[in-house]
Design a binder for this molecule. Structure first.
Ligand SMILES: Cc1ncc(COP(=O)(O)O)c(C=O)c1O
Length: 371
């Protein structure tokens, strides 16, 4: 099976680091986590970064540290992995889903603007598949309405928009280090911010809400344990050393895909910005309505090529039905859930493998097109 993604970690550099961590006896919240945090902060141009157990917990932490809770509404990109909406519910606030653009996967800021109410307190904008969101537009909505801006940059470490790295905008940026992301720590995440107050609250809540007090901790908030271990951070550090090369390689493979896919009828590759600004965490194409998407995915799997949907129209998932949504209410995101396909994009993907995927994909599309 050609998988969607294969993590690539340099063992030669990692092994001595892991050995040193084990010998030190300090397995969590130590110098390796701090080093990883500094590297990510520097890469995205933020003053601070704090490592977490996942992007989900980083997003949750950003909301809670930003004071979002019951009674508040949060505008959220609808076309995303459901973690983005779940954390809003977990904070006690109400998610208000925002459609993507008709010709793209990223948030339609006009729709966000229309959905503002006097209860709106935050806007969570997703960089879909590592394509930067329209962050300048989202930031001006946030500034005008006094909202907390949270960028779900889970897939976008190394992407830039208008010259600003994803995760380097106002408010908070949140990254994922799940094995299908740009770099991986197995599970892991990071919150980046240049807001000292947000950092202070996030750091407190990440570790149980405790502060040093006498001979023990004093607990001033009902916090969480969202801490990353030293071993996970070591994985992150060795990959951060190669971040530019990792992203360059993904862009080169995406460029080769774009060239080859161009000739296949009924297939487009919606990009929010120039390919050289994206990370291509996933390579996602959109099929015309007349093509049976699920049939294409099944055909590819039957030929040993892992393929899947792009991501989810959250409003259409049963978990969010109680907020009053019905599948199709957000039409562009709904179409993207039904008609997008993710194709494999592996580190250092060989040309023959790429050619094979594109040939089988083209044949499947032809077979599954309505006559
Ligand atoms: C846009 C987006 N946000 C959040 C997440 C959740 O990331 P994690 O698995 O690190 O919690 C994902 C994971 O797929 C994602 O794609």
């Amino acid at each position: 099976m050609i998988p969607l993604m294969r993590p690539q970690v340099d063992h030669a550099e990692l092994e001595p680091m892991i050995r040193a961590i084990l010998e030190s006896g300090r397995l969590t919240s130590g110098p390796t986590v701090e080093r990883f945090e500094s590297m990510v902060a520097a890469a995205v141009g933020a003053r601070h970064a704090i490592a977490t157990t996942s992007a989900t917990t980083a997003l949750h932490l950003a909301l809670v540290a930003g004071g979002i809770g019951p009674g508040d509404e949060v505008l959220v990109s609808d076309f995303s992995f459901p973690a983005t909406g779940n954390v809003v519910v977990q904070s006690g606030a109400t998610p208000v889903f925002v459609d993507c653009r008709q010709d793209g996967f990223e948030m339609d800021c006009g729709d966000a603007q229309r959905k503002l109410t006097e209860r709106t307190r935050a806007i969570m904008v997703v960089d879909p598949f590592g394509q930067p969101a329209p962050m300048a537009a989202a930031q001006s909505i946030a500034r005008r309405a006094g909202l907390l801006l949270i960028e779900d940059a889970a897939c976008a470490l190394g992407a830039t928009v208008d010259g600003v790295p994803c995760g380097g905008w106002e408010g908070a940026g949140c990254f994922s280090f799940h094995p299908r992301k740009i770099l991986t720590t197995g599970e892991g995440g990071m919150l980046t911010t240049s807001d000292d107050r947000l950092l202070e609250r996030a750091a407190l809540l990440r570790s149980h809400g405790g502060v040093p007090g006498g001979i023990a901790m004093e607990f001033v908030e009902n916090g969480y344990n969202y801490r990353m271990s030293e071993i996970q951070a070591a994985l992150g550090v060795v990959q951060m050393m190669r971040l530019d090369a990792i992203v360059r390689d993904r862009r080169a493979t995406a460029a080769a895909y774009l060239e080859r896919i161009d000739g296949i009828g009924g297939v487009s590759v919606p990009l929010s910005t120039a390919a050289e600004n994206c990370t291509f965490q996933s390579f996602v194409v959109l099929l015309d309505e007349a093509i049976d998407r699920d049939g294409v995915v099944r055909d590819l799997r039957a030929e040993g090529i892992e393929a899947t949907l792009g991501t989810y129209a959250m409003h259409a998932q049963p978990a969010f039905a109680r907020f009053g949504y019905r599948p199709g209410d957000l039409p562009h995101s709904w179409r993207a859930q039904r008609q997008a396909v993710t194709l494999p994009l592996l580190p250092g993907m060989a040309e023959e493998m790429l050619d094979r995927v594109v040939a089988r994909f083209g044949a499947a599309v032809e077979r599954r097109s309505a006559a």
